[in-house]
Design a protein around this ligand. Sequence first.
Ligand SMILES: [Mg+2]
Length: 304
Amino acid sequence: MKLLCTDLDRTLLPNGDESESPAARPVLWHLLQSHAVALAYVSGRDLARILKSVQQYELQKPDVIVADVGTSVYVRDGEGWLLQEAWQLQIADDWNGLDSEDMRELLASFNELEDQEADRQTRFKRSYYLPRELDTENLKLRLEELLAGQGIKASLVFSDDPQKNVQLLDVLPLHATKVDAIRHVQKLLEVDNEQTLFSGDSGNDVTALASEIPSVTVRNADLPTREAVRRLAALNATEASSYQAEGALSLAGGRALNGNYAAGIVEGLVHFNSAWSELLDSEAWVAKALELYALQGEAGSLQA
Ligand SMILES: [Mg+2]
């Protein structure tokens, strides 16, 4: 494996209700370092919020950042980040020359759509809040009809924000979802599917989790998400590349990895690279991981 692409909130970041195994992140970082695996963060957050979480949770600096649910790709350039203009040009076609401000006007008659804050809107991402109980199937059909009538190819990505108790809707160019952006990153880094792992936990991760790219759904993902991934993987005949963490791993010295967050990512890495489990069985290797990557402050383990 040469590339780990991972979602952040409630996948790598332990900011859900479940607990994180204390050794999980140190073991993950040491596994990546031991095998020279490139790292990409793939998030609905924008670049600034991603960098903030890197600092807050003492995450390793990634090589690539996919922000705004796949609509922006940045490559590390020294201390800075270089926006991949080619990616933006490629996805712009789907919206027929429109940007997210035009999209706002076009969808203004949908009263159930509440605009997210201005700083959550980007050039090719229009984001809304929806009531938690809203029937999204019906809304989706009506949106699709209107957009198709305008010659716009869009992806409608629904997800949940349990902390705010709302549903989220991102309207994106059709080919600008997380899985499309991951394929773009694979091309940039010249790695194939067998060399890639994606990890995720919720709505906007589902298409990637059920794709031909090897993936792990972390154990703390909610039941509807796990079922949606299973159904879609069956439909795509990609069950072999779509793994769901169970919390089945343990480390030398008897420490358990519970399958949540980073522990789920480690489980996925070992599932697709069975030889790597030898390292987890080595007392010396695990001790080194804890020594090298022990969290420096309280902030690393704080709930967001
Ligand atoms: Mg997430």
